[in-house]
Design a protein around this ligand. Structure first.
Ligand code: FES
Length: 156
């Protein structure tokens, strides 16, 4: 998909800000994602040219780091912890409840774009797990009832 004029202008502005700095690629990719919500594939040529890198190098970094999104984000992002402490407290059951209630598999965005489920590996809320971050807000002791409350809160 092609960039809009506004997206293209914003990417050029961000490239100009970072191009003269040392190690500019990662900060620039974070800037682009912060500005647009994701890093469009169509932005890779401009980023590569602006930083004097190959397209393969830029693409490789984008795909290596899982926090970089290559598609527009869902309206709500639910990050469920899968790390050890939460596993011991029932994370698998919480994940099963969430995938069923939201109608989307872990790591996927629902077809209507309303919610995405993403795995996380420790959110720093181990003592009150299973834990989740919903649009950046922490949720604790996630079980089926809490998943239901969460779904109501985000209108799903
Ligand atoms: S293990 Fe889940 S928040 Fe730390």
């Amino acid at each position: 998909m092609e960039l809009t004029r506004a997206q293209s202008d914003e990417i050029e502005r961000l490239i100009a800000l970072q191009a003269t700095r040392r190690g500019p690629l990662l900060p620039l990719l974070h800037d682009v994602q912060a500005a647009l919500g994701y890093i469009p594939d169509a932005s890779v040529p401009a980023i590569a040219e602006g930083l004097n890198l190959s397209r393969a190098e830029v693409h490789g970094v984008i795909t290596f780091y899982h926090d970089f999104r290559r598609a527009p984000p869902a309206a709500h992002i639910v990050r469920l912890c899968r790390a050890e402490a939460c596993q011991a407290r029932g994370a698998a059951a919480a994940e099963a409840a969430a995938t069923t209630r939201f109608g989307v598999a872990m790591g996927e965005t629902r077809a209507d774009g309303r919610v995405a489920l993403e795995p996380a590996y420790c959110l720093g809320l181990c003592a009150i797990g299973p834990s989740a971050l919903v649009d950046g807000r922490p949720f604790a002791r996630l079980g089926p009832a809490e998943v239901e409350r969460l779904a109501a809160e985000i209108g799903i």
